[in-house]
Design a protein around this ligand. Structure first.
Ligand code: IPE
Ligand code: IPE
Ligand code: MG
Ligand code: MG
Ligand code: MG
Length: 310
């Protein structure tokens, strides 16, 4: 199945995803609407100078890949959407904070994100830093405040633990530290893999794992779904590196460590395909329950509308 999609990202071969049933797309679109509405609600306060900045950073424009993964993973185990949504939104808030800080002059020094000036370009570095901080803390407020039945409190606590860890030194932050400290001559395959796994893979894997936790997956199912998440998380960053290299618009520190600069574009594409194939193979035991997760992984091999030229 995946072999058929080989090369789908190539600019000259822009094809549609294979004829997946419309109902998968409809179901994902409905989930995305739910996420957008809840994010708007969470950011609707107007009592601080910071909220317009936070709204600018989050609304609109993201693909919402992580909360979609969380909701789809939870759906595999029949978790109630009302239990999943606060965690999906919290992960999206953490992701958006990380983008605001990632774009800062002292990090990647980027001027544009989602076709708009970056947060610090629009509001100044001071407010951008504070808006990022506020998005991160809001995420924890949202998770801690999520209404849960008393019998499920242990699951809520475990979900918060998994997300906290993925966003911290062993995950996103640790990966960003590697990103700024590794130099091309220090790069090895294990190092670049660790970088990718931490800075981007960890939060994505956590999104998938939390769906399983909240859905009371059995330990073996949780392991399989986490395996899927780890592979898809790495695939996501390899794809991002390929797209960045196509856009040729990296304005940050030259020779930043990424998968394309390390291995070249062809190898990066092969690695992306291999990671997606492995992710899909871990879902074998889930049959039709996991069709949305399969679809989301296949979307990583689809052409990107921004970089496709036809
Ligand atoms: C971009 O993430 C940054 C990476 C971690 C690679 P996304 O591609 O998910 O960004 P949005 O949220 O859809 O804009
Ligand atoms: C971003 O990686 C990773 C995090 C924000 C944690 P990149 O620096 O490659 O993301 P883009 O290309 O700016 O979206
Ligand atoms: Mg970066
Ligand atoms: Mg960046
Ligand atoms: Mg990038």
């Amino acid at each position: 199945m995946m072999r058929q999609k080989t090369g789908m990202m190539r600019r000259t071969k822009r094809r549609r995803l294979p004829s997946e049933p419309m109902r998968i797309q409809d179901s994902l679109a409905a989930k995305k609407r739910l996420i957008e509405r809840e994010l708007e609600r969470l950011l609707s306060r107007d009592d601080s100078r910071l909220f317009p900045v936070m709204r600018y950073a989050v609304l609109p424009g993201g693909k919402r890949f992580r909360p979609l993964l969380l909701l789809s993973s939870g759906a595999c185990f029949n978790a109630a959407p009302r239990l999943l949504l606060p965690f999906g939104c919290a992960i999206e808030l953490i992701h958006n904070y990380s983008l605001v800080h990632d774009d800062l002059p002292s990090m990647d020094n980027d001027d544009f994100r989602r076709s708009k000036p970056t947060c610090h370009r629009a509001f100044g570095e001071d407010l951008a830093i504070l808006a990022g901080d506020a998005l991160l803390t809001l995420a924890f407020e949202v998770m801690a405040g999520a209404a849960f039945p008393a019998v499920a409190l242990r699951r809520k606590q475990e979900a918060i633990r998994v997300i906290s860890r993925s966003a911290g030194v062993d995950g996103l932050i640790g990966g960003q530290v590697l990103d700024i400290t590794l130099t091309p001559e220090k790069l090895t395959r294990p190092k670049i893999d660790e970088l990718i796994r931490k800075k981007t893979g960890a939060l994505i894997a956590a999104a998938v794992e939390v769906g399983a936790i909240l859905g009371r997956a059995r330990p073996a199912e949780r392991r399989d779904i986490l395996d899927y998440g780890v592979n898809i998380g790495q695939a996501f960053q390899v794809r991002d590196d390929i797209l960045d290299s196509i856009r040729k618009k990296k304005t940050g520190i030259p020779d930043r460590p990424d998968y394309v600069s390390f291995a070249g574009e062809e190898k990066a594409r092969k690695r992306l395909e291999g990671l997606v194939r492995r992710a899909v193979s871990t879902l074998e035991g889930f049959s039709s329950r996991a069709e949305e997760l399969r679809y989301l992984s296949a979307s990583l091999l689809a052409p990107d509308p921004e970089t496709a030229d036809s």
